[in-house]
Ligand binder design. Structure first.
Ligand code: ARG
Length: 462
């Protein structure tokens, strides 16, 4: 494009250097904001006409022209130009080519600074709406498996050492709660995102009598932002979203890691469905958990996106600075990555076959009911610390003699404490251990069944 026609050509005598133009341009990635840019321009021009700042005819021409451009973009016939730098100037340039002077009036009382902030907030609000559906589907998938296979008993772990038996449903519901908080962080972030910067203009506001409430409402924002400098300068909404995404990725990565470990031959607690697993190009026997591994690995990208946004914003003087153009790729990447991982797990989790025999067998040789023996003695009046010591000796003896707790006779128990009575033999079973844990939030089947019902209700009330 010759400098005479460029947006700021009036001030310049030399054309932009080709390398500078390429480095400066953001259109390759910000064209993704086209729908929000068009919606914002339609709202802005309609408001300008309502306020008597442009004519109704001009507003109508702008509206029609923008709808035509939307169609061209969606049909793939729109000619994007790097020389036109970004999505905003590409669209405005095409509009003016289509409708002449009316198009050139669109930018009255507006700047790219408030335009891009508006577009990005709007994009993120819509993105969060989609993500919330994805998280709902993931939570529903966890509940489906909790209902289908949740009665399976497996060892719960601490330090990845067998600790106490739990219901599989209890384990799955733990993730349901993590994703519930991730969801509420997204909802919370959306509410702060839903304030419109449009009408902040370049930084100081504008002498035109804009109706900012009108454009905010037309675009689905809750209200206009209070301060014009803040409106164009901050990207805390992008940081906040990416931080929420990073936390969600932490949760996904923990589930991913468990799927990798649980599907190993050493554990064999689950088998990932063939449609969600991959083979090896050299080892014919292999079935690899690539999707959980990828989810685990992709968490790193999102943490990187967060650091990138924090660093871009840090120490940045008010108001707009070109550094802010760097916000988009990190935000898009975090959003895309989270969405992909949420969707992948919503589909993969129900496609896992649960091996409840292996889970149950893993409870048999790890002394997972040792705490129940200590609790038993405490119930018979032995101080818990003493009981803990007694059971420690008992476990040591079993290890030495190759015995398990369930195999011991009453007489053998009584060698360690005369508080043991006949009912100890029942108390050490895995099933009674699980059933005994009736404390609120515990793994007893009565608790877990109620927890599933309550979780279902939360999902259906949305
Ligand atoms: N492409 C720019 C960005 O993404 C749009 C805003 C440009 N504003 C400016 N004054 N150069 O940040």
């Amino acid at each position: 494009m010759s400098d005479g026609q460029s947006t700021w050509g009036g001030r310049f005598t030399e054309a932009t250097d080709a390398f500078v133009a390429r480095l400066n341009a953001s259109v390759s990635f910000d064209k993704r904001l086209y729908a929000e840019d068009i919606d914002g321009s339609i709202a802005h021009s309609a408001m300008l006409a309502k306020q008597g700042i442009i004519s109704d005819e001009d507003a109508a021409a702008i509206h029609d022209g923008l709808e035509q451009i939307r169609k061209e973009i969606e049909d793939g016939t729109f000619q994007w130009s790097t020389d036109l730098e970004d999505v905003h100037m590409n669209i405005e340039h095409r509009l003016t080519a289509l409708i002449g002077d009316a198009g050139a009036r669109l930018h009255t009382g507006r700047s790219r600074n408030d335009q891009v902030a508006t577009d990005l907030r709007l994009w993120l609000m819509r993105c969060i709406d989609g993500l919330l559906e994805g998280v709902d589907a993931l939570q529903a998938a966890l509940l489906d498996v909790a209902e289908r296979d949740g009665q399976a008993i497996l060892p719960g772990y601490t330090h990845l050492q067998r600790a106490q038996p739990i219901l599989l449903a209890h384990h799955l519901l733990a993730y349901f709660e993590m994703f519930e908080r991730d969801r509420s962080r997204l909802v919370d972030c959306r509410s702060r995102c839903a304030e419109s910067p449009l009408g902040s203009a370049a930084l100081a506001g504008t002498p035109f009598q804009l109706d900012r409430e009108h454009t905010a409402a037309a675009l689905g924002f809750n209200k206009p932002m209070t301060n014009s400098l803040d409106g164009v300068a901050d990207r805390d909404f992008a940081i906040e979203f990416t931080a929420a995404a990073a936390i969600a990725m932490v949760h996904l990565s923990r589930l991913a890691e468990e799927l990798v470990v649980w599907s190993s031959q050493e554990f064999s607690f689950v088998e990932i469905g063939d449609a969600f697993a991959t083979g090896s190009s050299i080892m014919p026997q292999k079935k690899n958990p690539d999707i959980p591994e990828l989810v685990r690995g992709k968490s790193g990208r999102v943490f990187g996106d967060l650091i990138s946004l924090l660093t871009t914003l840090k120490s940045l003087p008010l108001a707009y600075n070109k550094d802010l153009q760097e916000d988009k790729e990190a935000l898009f990447d975090a959003a895309d990555t989270l969405r992909d991982c949420v969707d992948a797990f919503a589909r993969l989790i129900p496609a896992c076959r649960v091996n409840s025999e292996r889970m149950r067998a893993a409870c048999d040789d790890g002394f997972v009911t040792a705490t129940d023996v200590a609790d038993y003695l405490a119930n018979k009046g032995v101080p818990f610390r003493t009981a803990h010591h007694v059971v420690g000796r008992l476990v040591g003896w079993c290890l030495h003699h190759g015995r398990t707790l369930v195999s011991l006779s009453l007489e053998e128990f009584q060698q360690f404490s005369d508080a043991f009575e006949d009912d100890i033999r029942q108390a050490v079973t895995v099933e009674s251990s699980v059933s005994a844990r009736t404390s609120p939030g515990g793994t007893a089947p009565v608790r877990v069944t109620a927890a599933i019902t309550e979780a279902r209700q939360r999902l259906s009330n949305r």
